[in-house]
Design a protein around this ligand. Structure first.
Ligand SMILES: Cc1ncc(COP(=O)(O)O)c(C=O)c1O
Length: 420
């Protein structure tokens, strides 16, 4: 069910008219529906019938603390990849013992902080990192709870840029070296072997790569257990795809969990999943205003006030997001194609090619759908533009959950040295 629907031709978020939010804070802004976020979490947690599942929301998808708190209130843990994400997770009430730390480049400062916070597990991605983690844990007089992230050499994901499980990708340790690495981990004083981890990519709408990756780690677990290694936790990562284009081709969650249960469910271990996109993508829209309409001899453009700096997925991944008018109109009852572009000085600043619109006008509002994941988190200040606001809606209430960072604040951060 979508919480972004038309009520008397006006697009609303739950029971709030999006055009009313525009009246109070202007455009562009991100708007999220709390009920939608909650429904997504509940749909996921109730689809798995075994009681050994821990959902660790992957904070990189949307790291606003209100969004994280929405999931922590429902029992979620967190998958973090930086000290910043770890701090946000803790501030938003995620219990330390429900936090896993992934990422290929954890720094000394980050590892020390995570050790002090006594998190559930480090997902280690290289031999160098493993040794460094051991030294830092030893210095603190403790052992670091550790899983090795396995790279199974499996292609998966909606786009080469979000595939992470091939040997040429920088992530994890090759499945062929897994046993050697666990042997080394076992010999290191600062390491406590806790689990095994895998994450093969994002926006995966096919069960097959998941199935292959589960088989890969199952083989490794069996081998490790035959050598008396203790594997309590199997972290199978994120990657669950969503239906951006309403094509009905998205992954079936029940089938996904049947597969998890069939391959890994009865081993007596905790299963961690790290969903990001699935939990947040469909719960957010980006509202933007038309600045100009430009009709050329062979092309029509609608120039909006959001740019690729605010929302980069179309530019970066060629992602297509549905765009709807915030107030429906039938001005001329004839649709014409328009490219929806932003104000940034890049040809790639393009949200949609040939969107059929009915006589759009300066001042009209448009909403880009399914932008709740990898939207605001990937924004930048390119072209010296501000960071836009984020709003959370629940029923008839709406609240700013991130203030716009005004351009003057950004401009004043630059320093000009005296000697210049
Ligand atoms: C290690 C890890 N876990 C989880 C995720 C979340 O993936 P998704 O948003 O596709 O669920 C990512 C995304 O890149 C990741 O790198």
């Amino acid at each position: 069910m979508s919480y972004f629907t038309y009520k008397e031709s006006r697009l609303s978020a739950e029971n709030i008219d999006l055009a009313d939010i525009v009246k109070s804070i202007g455009t562009p802004f991100y708007c999220y529906s709390l009920s939608s976020l909650q429904d997504k979490y509940k749909a996921l947690s109730s689809s798995y019938t075994n009681d050994n599942l821990l959902i660790c929301y992957s904070i990189k998808a949307n790291s606003n603390q209100s969004i994280i708190k929405c999931f922590s209130d429902l029992g979620s843990g967190a998958d973090v990849v930086s000290i910043g994400e770890l701090k946000r997770a803790l501030k938003a009430n995620i219990p330390n013992k429900k936090i896993v730390f992934s990422g290929v480049g954890k720094t000394t400062e980050e590892i020390n902080y995570a050790l002090e916070k006594d998190i559930l597990m480090f997902n280690v991605e290289s031999l160098d990192e493993l040794k460094h983690l051991s030294v830092l844990a030893k210095n603190q007089g403790i052992k670091a709870p550790t899983a090795i992230r396995i790279n199974p050499n499996i292609a998966a994901g909606g786009n080469a840029k979000i595939s992470t499980g091939k040997t040429e990708d920088k992530f994890g340790i090759s499945w062929e070296d897994a046993i050697d690495i666990y042997n080394i981990a076992d010999s290191l004083e600062g390491i406590e072997i806790k689990g095994i981890d895998i994450h093969i990519g994002s926006q995966i709408n096919d069960l097959d790569p998941f199935s292959k990756s589960f088989e890969c780690i199952l083989d490794i677990i069996k081998e490790l257990e035959s050598r008396n290694f203790n594997i309590d936790i199997i972290d199978i990562g994120g990657g669950i795809g969503i239906d951006y284009k309403d094509e009905g081709k998205n992954l079936n969650i029940d089938e996904y969990f049947e597969l998890v249960q069939e391959k890994l469910g009865d081993l007596g271990k905790t299963i961690i999943i790290e969903p990001g996109r699935y939990l947040t993508a469909e719960s957010g829209v980006l509202v933007t205003e038309i600045i100009y309409v430009k009709k050329e001899s062979n092309k029509n453009f609608v120039i909006v006030d959001a740019g690729m700096n605010d929302f980069i997925r179309p530019t970066l991944y060629g992602a297509e997001h549905k765009i709807l008018p915030v107030i429906e109109n039938t001005r001329s009852n004839s649709l014409e194609p328009y490219d929806i572009v932003g104000p940034i000085c890049e040809t790639g600043d393009l949200f949609f090619k040939n969107l059929a619109l009915d006589n759009p006008k300066k001042g009209d509002l448009l909403a880009l759908l399914s932008v709740g994941a990898y939207g605001s988190v990937l924004s930048s200040n390119y072209n010296s533009r501000p960071t836009i606001s984020e709003v959370l809606v629940k029923d008839h209430q709406s609240e700013l959950i991130r203030d716009k960072i005004e351009i003057d604040e950004i401009v004043k951060r630059d320093k000009i040295p005296d000697w210049l």
